[in-house]
Every structure is written in structure tokens, then in C-alpha cells.
Design a binder for this molecule. Structure first.
Ligand SMILES: [Zn+2]
Length: 311
């Protein structure tokens, strides 16, 4: 009998360990950010719109440690449209028109575990709102994973802004990217010539008015970034890309569980460092709206682009 119990315990151990890797384990609370707050003079005409293009359906347990296996969530697949008098930007594309065909190029196991729904690609949402895509200055990527770049071919000729590190990552391919690389994309590289910004070591102020500021956030991918958008009203968004998949990553300081960190992150330690920076910043600036690229609640606070909006 004793032996049987040992066998049962031995068989159950991996299960217990597996469950443990998904259980709540908040990161230690960092001290609030104490550095200087940057000034910004955003133009009155600047506006920000959410473009949710579809969803993937996953259990909350895969989004953050402590999430329930039984809670099914819609993970947003989205872009953010920024109107700015010096040039409009699309930040990430979410799902594009060719997502079904693109998805077929992904590894079999990934496809077997991923369920998605295409709602409406960004290009069609912009068109329905009467927007002339010729006016689009560039597409700025938080990072180059499949679900953030799928719509790039829908915007032929529009420059795609990436860091040199992310450009190398794209050239190398693999790791969360479509197996078949896009051709004919006009990538343009930018650097972080600006000084430290809100706790991050460098910055790129897109139009020099402090309205759209990009900071380096390597970890999830080698050249991933976080984008701060400051409106004339003072509303400030931090588009944190896939730093976390769900808001609990920030509000409860719960990282992605080990298995998803291992497979989704290029450097999980880097991701954690940047996550702690954002948490420290939220301690100082509670009104900062953090928008993880896959959290529907992050986009719910942003106006949606629809035919009723004249752009
Ligand atoms: Zn990603």
C-alpha cells in the first residue's frame, strides 16, 4: 500500500508542478518612479482611436499567473490609429485581410492551440470611416509578431517604422512570426536619440512635441517598444504591446505563466524589467492608461473608429 501511495505521489507531482507554474505569484512591488515628468505640447487636433480587428480565445490562465483555467477570454487583436497634424500613424495592424491564408503558414501545434475570429481589418475600418489611406504617414510596430503585423500588406507603400534590433529579428524570421515573410514592405529604422523618459533609458519623440514618444522595451522581442501617447486634454496612454497580455499583469503584478513566458518571450528577464518600470510608473501616475495589445479592457477606454467618426 505504501508503495502504491509513492507511485500516486510520483505521478501527481508533475501535475502539481504544472499547476504551480500557473498559480498566483505577484512580483515584488517596486518603488514608485521618482524621476522628472516630461512636458508635452500636443496639438488640439490630435486624436486616438482603437481598431480592434478580431480576437483570439484563450483561457485567462495563459494570460497571467493566477488566472483561471475555466475563464475563457477574448484577447484583442488590434491596432491604434493616431490622428496628428504632422502625419497620421497606425500603431500595429492587428488582423489583416489575408489572416486566414497567413495563419496556414504557422506551425501545426500553434494552429491547433489557437482559435481566432476576424472581425474587420484595420484597412476596412479606416475605409468605412471615410479615411483616405494615402494620408497615413507610417505604421509603427510595438513588435513584429504575427498578430501585430498581419495587416501590413493591406497598406502597400506605407513606411513601417521599426528599431534596428526589430528589423534584424524580422530578417531572421521564426519565433512568433509568420513562416512566410512579407515581401515589398518599406521598413524604416529609427533610434532612441532622446534622453531617458519616464524611467526608460532612451526615447524617440516622433514629432518633437512630446505627443508620441517611443521608448525601448526589449524582452518580448529584441527590438520591442512601448509607445506613450499624450493628448491635448492631458489624457496619456501607454501602449505596452505584449509586455503583458492582460491588465492583471500590471494591476496585480502577475507575469505570464512560465510556459508562455518561455515560448512567447525572447528574453523573459528583459520583459520583467520593463514590466516593473511600467508598474513603478503607474504608482506615480495612477491616471496613466496602460493598454496591453491583447486586453479588450485596455481598448474599451479609447474611442473606437466607426463610420460615425468623421476622420
Ligand atoms: Zn507578441
Amino acid at each position: 500500500m505504501k508503495n502504491i501511495n509513492i507511485y500516486i505521489a510520483a505521478a501527481a507531482l508533475p501535475l502539481v508542478q504544472f499547476r504551480h507554474r500557473f498559480s498566483s505569484s505577484p512580483l515584488p512591488k517596486p518603488e514608485p518612479y521618482v524621476g522628472p515628468l516630461p512636458s508635452a505640447t500636443p496639438p488640439k487636433e490630435m486624436a486616438v482611436f482603437a481598431l480592434v480587428t478580431g480576437v483570439t480565445q484563450r483561457s485567462a490562465a495563459f494570460g497571467y499567473r493566477g488566472g483561471s483555467f475555466f475563464e475563457r477570454r477574448d484577447f484583442a487583436m488590434a491596432g491604434t490609429f493616431v490622428k496628428h497634424p504632422q502625419g497620421d500613424l497606425l500603431i500595429d495592424t492587428g488582423f489583416g485581410r489575408n489572416i486566414n491564408e497567413q495563419f496556414r503558414s504557422m506551425p501545426l501545434l500553434f494552429r491547433a492551440m489557437t482559435f481566432y475570429k476576424l472581425w474587420r481589418p484595420a484597412v476596412d475600418q479606416l475605409k468605412a470611416a471615410g479615411y483616405d489611406q494615402e494620408s497615413l504617414r507610417a505604421i509603427l510596430l510595438t513588435h513584429a509578431h504575427w498578430d501585430h503585423v498581419s495587416g501590413l500588406p493591406d497598406f502597400p507603400g506605407v513606411p513601417v517604422w521599426v528599431t534596428p534590433q526589430e528589423r534584424r529579428f524580422i530578417r531572421k524570421g521564426g519565433s512568433g512570426q509568420f513562416s512566410k515573410p512579407f515581401t515589398g514592405i518599406r521598413y524604416e529604422e529609427y533610434g532612441f536619440e532622446g534622453g531617458p523618459y519616464l524611467g526608460f533609458p532612451g526615447s524617440h519623440d516622433v514629432y518633437g512635441d512630446g505627443a508620441i514618444v517611443v521608448v525601448p522595451a526589449p524582452g518580448h522581442t529584441p527590438g520591442g517598444v512601448i509607445i506613450f501617447l499624450t493628448l491635448h486634454s492631458g489624457t496619456c496612454y501607454a501602449l505596452v504591446g505584449d509586455l503583458v497580455w492582460q491588465l492583471e499583469g500590471i494591476t496585480l503584478r502577475e507575469e505570464r505563466p512560465w510556459i508562455t513566458r518561455k515560448f512567447a518571450d525572447w528574453d523573459a528577464k528583459g520583459t520583467r524589467e520593463n514590466l516593473l518600470r511600467i508598474i513603478a510608473l503607474k504608482e506615480r501616475l495612477p491616471d496613466l492608461i496602460t493598454v496591453p495589445a491583447h486586453d479588450m479592457r485596455g481598448f474599451a477606454g479609447m474611442p473606437a473608429l466607426s463610420p460615425v467618426h468623421s476622420v
